[in-house]
Design a protein around this ligand. Structure first.
Ligand code: IFM
Length: 450
């Protein structure tokens, strides 16, 4: 869709997002400690196809090249995550200066190019050393995380535009429930303890950052889908209410209302007044990661007793998610209608995985362009209806390691050849570049003629 047809406010932020473990590589360089994902990768012979994040996109060694690609794309915002064990190898106390230097170079390189840094403190790769002390099952983890947040705030607080405490706590919780992110195996119902500790860690980190005097805004990024029932049988409706409690409200409700949602009539987690105070520590924005809606049917599968159903006739992407960009607005309208105290929203991730390949020096990805432009149209509509949305980040800047799924699902605006590590901008990169440029060329307010 032509940018001219979709005007966004001049101050709207145009971004792309990445995460440390998925792109950096250099898994043990310059004093970095092992993360829980390093342990997993090395213990089980790698993820899909034997892949690991050991080298990934080698972003750690190719920072300048990647910064230049961002500059030429015309981004005004870049969301990255800090690898906690790169800067604090044991997750407590001692800091690793070489790791800090890397992020200093990144932040300075962004600011030099007029790109606002959006720093995520936790995108899943916590130090193995804190996992060995119980990880998210240990309430003390929230305090260690807050110390790390405060230390980062003191070091980067004058230059980071936005801070994101935790990325997708629901994914962390689900992955621990199923065992896909834990060297020690599945947690099952204990994953609710993980959920609660993640929220405490978030609240403590917000306070730690504010205590450190950071100048930027502070928020959290949640992955939300938008659930709808597969049918009108009472069992499908009950299942959908459960899915809503689990997938949408489990983190939103405590953060924005101070109460955990009810699940079959009872709050999913018992929460003390002191914990509630911490969790509701005010935030400046809510980050929303959106990829696909969810259709729910009755079924005993999973911790919460509901099943996912296919959307009739919908295409599925490489990860099996329905490709229904026009449903983004359903989720946005649901958010606005259900949370009167919703802070300003930033879309912190949105993208489509494809099996992109370089042919004759180019990567043709029209499906991604179509998906992204439809999502943007949904955002624009929600804003026209009064929703306060202030920024948008494509997932992802670069093709990268899609966790357990390996390197085959490619989300990037830039193709990465994992043999040579060569970068090739895809058609979607040029489309997004032109889209951003057209937005920035918006006509000025008409001059006043006296
Ligand atoms: O790659 C992930 C990212 O790390 C978190 N959000 C979803 C993306 C695509 O699955």
């Amino acid at each position: 869709m032509a940018a001219e047809a979709q005007r966004f406010p001049a101050e709207f932020r145009w971004g792309a997002a990445t995460a440390a473990y998925q792109i950096e590589g250099a898994w043990d360089a310059d004093g970095k400690g092992a993360s829980v994902w390093d342990t997993l990768a090395h213990r089980h012979g790698g993820f899909a196809g034997g892949s690991t994040g050991d080298v990934a996109c080698d972003h750690y060694h190719r920072l300048d090249e990647d910064l230049d690609l961002m500059g030429r794309l015309g981004l005004t915002s870049y969301r990255f995550s800090v690898s906690w064990p790169r800067v604090q190898p044991d997750g407590r106390a001692a800091w690793n200066q070489a790791g800090l230097d890397f992020y200093q170079r990144l932040v300075d390189g962004l600011l030099f190019r007029g790109i606002e840094p959006v720093l995520t403190l936790y995108h899943w790769d916590h130090p193995q050393a804190v996992e060995d002390r119980g990880g998210w099952l240990n309430r003390a983890m929230a305090g260690w995380f807050a110390d790390y947040a405060e230390g980062m705030g003191r070091r980067f607080g004058d230059r980071v535009a936005q801070w994101i405490t935790v990325n997708e706590p629901l994914s962390v919780m689900l992955a621990s429930a199923l065992g896909s992110s834990r060297p020690d195996g599945p947690l099952g119902e204990d994953s609710l303890v993980v959920a609660h500790h993640l929220l405490l860690a978030h609240g403590l980190a917000v306070r730690g950052l504010r205590g450190a005097g950071v100048r930027g805004q502070i928020g959290i990024a949640l992955n939300l889908a938008g659930v709808e029932p597969a049918g009108d049988r009472p069992a499908d409706l009950t299942a959908t209410a459960r899915a809503e409690a689990h997938e949408e409200r489990l983190f939103l409700d405590p953060l924005l209302t101070g109460r955990y949602p009810l699940f079959d009539g009872r709050p999913v987690v018992e929460c003390s007044a002191a914990d509630r105070d911490l969790i509701t520590t005010p935030i400046d924005f809510l980050g929303v990661n959106w990829y696909a809606p969810a259709r729910i049917a009755a079924g005993p599968t999973g911790l919460f007793g509901y099943a996912r159903a296919d959307f009739p006739g919908a295409e599925q992407n490489m990860l099996g998610w329905p490709v229904l960009p026009d449903r983004f607005g359903v989720l946005l309208r649901w958010l606005a209608a259900n949370y009167p105290r919703l802070p300003p929203v930033h879309i912190t991730e949105n993208g489509l995985p494809l099996p992109d390949a370089v042919e004759h020096g180019a990567v043709r990805d029209p499906l991604r362009i179509d998906y992204l432009s439809r999502c943007l149209a949904q955002i624009r509509e929600a804003m026209d209806a009064g929703m306060d949305i202030r920024g948008y980040h494509v997932w992802s800047l670069l093709d990268n390691l899609e966790w357990n799924f390996g390197y085959e699902p490619r989300f990037g605006l830039i193709h990465v050849d994992y043999d040579t590590l060569a970068r090739t901008p895809k058609d979607s990169y040029y489309w997004y570049r032109d889209f951003i440029a057209a937005q920035r060329r918006q006509p000025k307010e008409p001059a006043w003629h006296g």
